[in-house]
Design a binder for this molecule. Structure first.
Ligand SMILES: [Cu+2]
Length: 252
């Protein structure tokens, strides 16, 4: 029994990978993911403290008021005790009021499309993502040649507004280290924004089961300096014109 529990625990907790997992929402590398993590934590810490308090309280009460020899029937009942009833109605109200301000502020902030952002068109299709960038010279959108890797490139510290669309079924765009997920739905455009605050390559994937190839519907977001981004976009545009494979992905 103990061996099974230990083994089961090892498998279960190996999924956490708190420090090294490439899709760890607790180690954000962008402002949006950071804000979302903080929102989660201001709910999680009080919830954790309350849970520990309730569990220890329960254990203590079970022990302290357990039935002893010679106890006559039921102990005094507290049902209808006004002080207790008011207490456990008002306390959660105060707690919820404490959560609501940052939550609503967060929802409004994440729902807006920030000014001066780079707008990227994201299209989900069974089973891949494609990205189209505005041409700085006013030409048609740049999406690179068809052979291009499933990478979205973004300049460091730049606010990126994503216009999410789907061609066939519902998909969901998710780069855990940069931002929470938003659905891509056929027939409408959904919006989200994100920002990469660290140079690097961050893994993303479709987060809405969309068919047999759902698990391979992955992509990476490459956060790079503005100069590198400009050069990459230029190469994509050139490759798109000649329909040749673009610059190979250079790794981290
Ligand atoms: Cu999908």
């Amino acid at each position: 029994m103990v061996a099974a529990l230990v083994l089961g625990g090892v498998f279960l907790f190996s999924g956490c990978g708190i420090f090294s997992s490439p899709q760890n929402t607790f180690a954000p590398t962008g402002q949006v993911a950071e804000d979302q993590k903080n929102l989660f934590l201001i709910t999680m810490w009080p919830a954790l403290i309350i849970m520990i308090g309730v569990e220890f309280g329960l254990l203590y009460i079970l022990w302290r008021f357990r039935r002893k020899k010679g106890d006559p029937g039921l102990p005094p009942q507290v049902h209808g005790n006004n002080k207790l009833e008011i207490g456990w109605t008002v306390a959660p109200m105060i707690l919820l009021a404490f959560f609501i301000a940052p939550t609503i502020g967060g929802i409004i902030d994440l729902g807006r499309t920030p000014k001066n952002s780079l707008v990227i068109d994201v299209t989900g299709q069974r089973f891949s993502w494609s990205f189209a960038y505005p041409d700085p010279n006013g030409g048609p959108p740049i999406s690179g040649p068809p052979s291009a890797k499933t990478e979205m490139h973004i300049p460091l510290h730049k606010t990126i507004a994503l216009k999410l669309k789907a061609i066939d079924v519902n998909h969901s765009f998710w780069v855990p280290k940069l931002a929470g997920k938003t659905d891509a739905i056929p027939g409408r455009a959904n919006h989200m924004w994100l920002k990469g605050d660290e140079i690097g390559t961050f893994e993303g994937q479709c987060a809405e089961f969309c068919g047999t190839g759902h698990a391979v519907m992955r992509f990476v977001v490459v956060v790079e300096s503005q100069e590198d981004f400009d050069a990459w976009l230029k190469a994509q545009a050139a490759a798109q014109r000649t329909n040749q494979p673009a610059l190979a992905f250079q790794g981290d």
